[in-house]
Design a protein around this ligand. Sequence first.
Ligand code: GZL
Length: 335
Amino acid sequence: MGKTKKGWMLLFASLMTIFLLAGCNSESSGSSSDGDSKGKGDKIVVGFSQIGAESGWRTAETDSIKDTLGNDPQFELKFSDAQQKQENQIKALRSFIAQKVDLIALAPVVESGWETVLKEAKNADIPVILLDRGINVKDETLYTSFIGSDFITEGENAAKELINLMGKDSKVNIVELQGTVGASAANDRMAGFAKEIKGNANYKIIKSQTGDFTRTKGKEVMEAFLKSDGDNIDAVYAHNDDMALGAIQAIEEYGLKPGEDIKVVSVDGIKDIFKAVIAGKANIIIECNPLLGPQLAQAAKDLKAGKEIERWIKTDEEVFVGKEAAEKALSSRQY
Ligand code: GZL
């Protein structure tokens, strides 16, 4: 499809979303039928399908959304935890559609498999905002906006900071702890990192495997890496802090010093990884902001007010390298 046609399609979809949501809102002042969320006065009823509670980051995101929307009288928040299963998310979306919510917020566990249920939401005139992970769909009008980070940049920054730390002429063997298989955060962090080291033959990823974004799996996979390549590993790149913290435990139990014998680069920025850097057990933190509640609330209010919202609402993030930077930042960390 030509760019122009695609552009008109997106504009039409956004205008339809605005009109229908505004219309929805006016409907909501009408009578409400059983189970319907319409007619909830002026409230914006948001159905939020959350992936699960697999990491400190995920819990912080859930808390941010519950604290923001749950304490704002303009909203009624319906929350569902999918225990990291896509089928549970699809069930939750169908339930939100049946309840005729005004807006669906979806943190999609993986990138594929969403067309059918998002078409059902579109046919029910319910706009969808993606949170913290992206999806692959041919029809871009199946969702209105994505609120989240640039994972490719996060991966590139992880590699850049590792090269800065160890030197471009050093020979560095890296093991990679990937996030959940099929998740955009994992795919893009892997792609960004690989792209950045491509130009330097000294930097090699000798093993790469999923730890599913959890501390337990991260430890298990790092134990296996150490068993097969222990004395040949110079650094570990973890797609999130929970896996990095599991890997730190595995490195210590193996008898090496994390942060010294094996450098640790991690993404997210939860408090525990700052404490690990301060303790000299990790080296580089690539922040990924989970506090998306305010941005989701603003986007929902803008849609209701008939305003256009950005297709990609990016989050602000930093990079922290070394003890001094971690010590300076720790007291202001909110998660
Ligand atoms: C990133 C998010 C990732 C975090 C992990 O936006 O999808 O999922 O980096 C979480 O901690 O499990």
